[in-house]
Each structure stands twice: as structure tokens, then as C-alpha cells.
Write a protein that binds this ligand. Structure first.
Ligand code: DX5
Ligand code: ZN
Length: 213
């Protein structure tokens, strides 16, 4: 499997985003957490900021929508420069229609599940998806502890589909990445682990190395 490291800018210094993106130029993707204060109890950034970041960064944008009505906004995020648009199966938008809309905009579609959601919710859509995101913390905040209990969900998807990207998000560090990789994940979000160290690019390389199983 192609291992990809996707640092979450949620843990970066929002006052210096361009500089922060330069500190992670070894990464494969840039993970951008969009929160609306309804789907999760926190508000972050939206399409205008993503549009501005696109001007200063060539690495593909992995946009994680933690919002109640993703179908109403996918057009904005596509126009802003999102490359992968990921939304939650627990959102109020119709899953099939939202995936179709993302694909019609020429973007990759991904579907996310919270820790308590059964993975069966994504199975009917696998053939249309580029990626499944299995949350390893409750969405909303960075810096939480990795939940090993969700690993069977990753194993189940990997058993059904050997090629699809499986992303894990939450509490990924040099140690927990090995557990997620062993379960079958190949795309790894890391916020605190990457940005809370002096050499983020070295940490990205270390994470990539540790994900090789
Ligand atoms: C949480 C976000 C994550 C978060 C991960 O809702 O989806 O992407 O930034 O942060 P860490 O790596 O610090 O757990
Ligand atoms: Zn995320």
C-alpha cells in the first residue's frame, strides 16, 4: 500500500499558516479540518482560508468536513482547491447524492465515520470512494488519545477492499501509527505529533518509516 502522511494544520500556528506549510513540505497531503460548531462543538476555518492556502502550497489538500450539511458546501470547497473532499456518514446530507456531487466536481470523495459508528455504513459506497476515514478520536479537537478499539473497523474495510485508501485521524504518533498500519490503514493524519516538534519534516519521515509493516 502507498503510505501517505497527512499533517493536520489544526495543530499549527494559524497566525503563520504559510510558514507552517513550509515546515511540512515532506508531507504527501495537507489535512484541513473544517468544523461548523454544529456537527462538532468547535469552529475552525472555511473555504476562503483554503483558497488562500492553495496559492502558497502545491501539496494536495485533504479536506475533512465536520459539518452538518456537507452537500450545501462541497461546491465552495471544490472551487477553493480541495483535492479530496471527506464528509461524515453521520451528517444530515444524503450520502449517495453528496458523493455524486463531489465526483461531478472532479474531486476525490471520502467518507468518514466517528468512533461509535458501525463501519457497515460506508460499505455500500466503497466503489465510488477514493478513501474511507476511520476516526480514532471523537471529532472536534486535536490532542486527544488514540482509540485502539476501532481497529477492527479498519481490518474489515481492508479485507473487503485491498486498494482503497484507509485514513486514520486522531492521536497518531510514532507508536500508534504502527498499530493503525498493522490493522490496514495507509493514510495517516497527525496534528500534534507533527506540529508540536522542532523538526516537523523529520517527524513526517519518521512516521512514514514506522508505518512500513
Ligand atoms: C479532530 C481532527 C483531527 C485532529 C487530529 O477532530 O479531525 O484531524 O486535528 O489531531 P491530533 O493528531 O493532535 O490528534
Ligand atoms: Zn481531521
Amino acid at each position: 500500500m502507498n503510505i501517505k502522511i497527512s499533517p493536520s494544520i489544526l495543530a499549527s500556528d494559524y497566525a503563520n499558516l504559510e510558514t507552517e506549510l513550509k515546515r511540512i513540505c515532506n508531507s504527501d497531503l495537507i489535512h484541513i479540518d473544517v468544523m461548523d460548531g454544529h456537527f462538532v462543538p468547535n469552529i475552525t476555518i472555511g473555504a476562503p482560508v483554503i483558497k488562500a492556502l492553495k496559492r502558497v502550497c502545491d501539496i494536495p489538500f485533504d479536506v475533512h468536513l465536520m459539518i452538518s450539511n456537507p452537500i450545501d458546501y462541497v461546491e465552495d470547497f471544490a472551487a477553493a482547491g480541495a483535492d479530496i473532499i471527506c464528509f461524515h456518514t453521520e451528517s444530515s446530507s444524503d450520502t449517495q447524492k453528496t458523493i455524486e456531487k463531489i465526483l461531478s466536481l472532479g474531486k476525490k470523495a471520502a467518507l468518514a465515520v466517528k468512533p461509535k459508528t458501525e463501519i457497515d455504513a460506508v460499505i455500500p459506497f466503497l466503489d465510488k470512494l477514493s478513501m474511507v476515514l476511520v476516526m480514532t478520536v471523537e471529532p472536534g479537537f486535536g490532542g486527544q488519545s488514540f482509540m485502539e478499539s476501532v481497529m477492527p473497523k479498519i481490518e474489515k474495510i481492508r479485507e473487503i477492499n485491498k486498494d482503497i485508501d484507509i485514513e486514520v485521524d486522531g492521536g497518531i504518533n510514532e507508536e500508534t501509527i504502527k498499530i493503525a498500519a498493522k490493522a490496514g490503514a495507509n493514510v495517516f493524519v497527525a496534528g500534534s505529533a507533527v506540529f508540536r516538534c522542532d523538526e516537523p519534516n523529520e517527524m513526517i519521515n519518521k512516521l512514514r518509516e514506522n508505518a512500513k509493516i
